[in-house]
Design a protein around this ligand. Structure first.
Ligand code: MRU
Length: 386
């Protein structure tokens, strides 16, 4: 497996130089039994591909944001736990499961806010528990298939979010986004960027504005980089500039991603998102959250129940600067995410449609649609295997 997308033919490679979009954000190297990712801490200056085999390397990659963005973290965890399962030596199910659970809990501790991490690990664990009568090697093979299924589903989910999101905008619109909920945060298309990619394919000619997203600069380093590579019209702004753009009437809609959506629609996303939503409300700009259903956590009632990751002060004081930007000994507040109240959100775009307030009711409809679709797919699968 190469880290470059396999659907790019040798001839195409000669004609056009590779861009960041030609690389897989996250994939499984089956030959070398490795999780393959782009090291996002090095972008946009260097494209470095990492091949990770140990659980410690994978944990570090998630914690250090080498791979980041809620869906990409989920896919990495699914592949990571499959790799962990491969190296378990056990004679019976109980022994296997005990070691499996330990590895799963370890990966789950790498970051707390994005629910996709625990969602993917729970789904993988469900597969293990459903096959307690199988041998450990058989379970490992089932886990491999499930990890690849989660990866493939992510592509389809993002494309579907893109189609619904595109129905909310028109050609020539000015669109603002915060952080990176792009291809680099998913397997392909991104969530908040999916309407942009699909619209771009259809000649919409959007003007895209990317908040730089302090302190780790995901908007400046990643979103603008990937959208520019796709050929879009992109402008970067500091986080304190979006209100003035909205006041000038340059922004027609805002699309952001999310790390966890509570049952009432309160949404955790990259720090600074709630500030954008507040300004959008003031200036009458529609504010959309793009959320795969895997990011909607019906088990968390409101935003108050979402654990917000606190990160190291050095990200604010030292990173990106030749010299420290804050004098020694000064306290630093560095939450990685904030919660945007549901009443500031115009709509939540999922792969099953757009949820509008009141979210408890619209989420019920969305999940019902999902359940029906899954049941139909299971029946079709069953018929095909008979
Ligand atoms: O800390 P990060 O870079 O992982 O934060 C990412 C975000 O906040 C994204 O907006 C979110 O995960 C959605 S990605 C489709």
């Amino acid at each position: 497996m190469s880290a470059v997308r396999e659907d790019i033919l040798e001839n195409d490679r000669k004609e056009a130089p590779l861009t960041i979009l030609d690389y897989d954000t996250v994939d499984l190297d089956e030959k070398n039994h490795a999780l393959v990712i782009i090291d996002q801490t090095k972008l946009p200056n260097r494209i470095e591909i990492l091949s990770l085999t140990s659980q410690e390397e994978i944990w570090d990659a998630i914690y250090l944001l080498k791979v980041r963005g809620a869906p990409a973290i989920g896919v990495s965890a699914a592949i990571g736990i499959y790799l962990a399962a491969r190296s378990i030596r056990a004679d019976d199910f109980d022994d296997f499961y005990q070691q499996y659970k330990k590895a799963s809990d370890y990966l789950n501790s790498s970051r707390p806010t994005a629910v996709n991490l625990s969602w993917a690990l729970k789904r993988m664990e469900g597969v293990v528990l459903d096959h307690r009568d199988s041998t450990p090697p058989e379970i490992v093979e089932i886990l491999r298939k499930e990890a690849l299924k989660i990866r493939q589903e992510d592509i389809e989910v993002c494309r579907s979010i893109g189609r619904y999101g595109l129905s909310l905008v028109k050609p020539g619109d000015g669109l603002l986004t915060h952080c990176n909920a792009g291809q680099l945060a998913t397997v392909k298309y991104g969530t908040a960027t999916a309407p942009m990619y699909l619209g771009h394919e259809q000649g919409y000619g959007f003007k895209i504005y990317c908040d730089e997203t302090r302190p780790l600069l995901q908007g400046a380093r990643l979103t603008s980089f990937e959208l520019k590579s796709a050929g879009m019209d992109v402008t970067v702004l500091c986080d304190n500039m979006s209100a003035s753009l909205m006041r000038e009437g340059k922004i027609d809609a805002i699309f952001v991603g999310c790390d966890r959506v509570a049952a009432n629609g309160d949404t955790a996303n990259k720090i600074g998102t709630s500030m954008v939503a507040l300004a959008a409300k003031r200036y009458g700009v529609p504010f959309y959250v793009c959320a795969p259903t895997s990011t909607i956590d019906l088990g968390t009632e409101t935003g108050a129940g979402i654990v917000i990751e606190q990160r190291k002060p050095a990200e604010v004081t030292h990173m990106w600067y030749k010299e420290p930007m804050v004098a020694d000994g000064i306290k630093v507040y560095n939450p990685a995410f904030d919660v945007t109240d549901a009443d500031l959100i115009t709509g939540i775009v999922t792969e099953y449609g757009i949820a509008y307030p009141p979210y408890d009711r619209s989420f019920r409809e969305i999940f019902l649609k999902k359940e029906i679709r899954e049941k139909v797919e299971a029946i079709v699968d069953q018929l095909e295997t008979e």
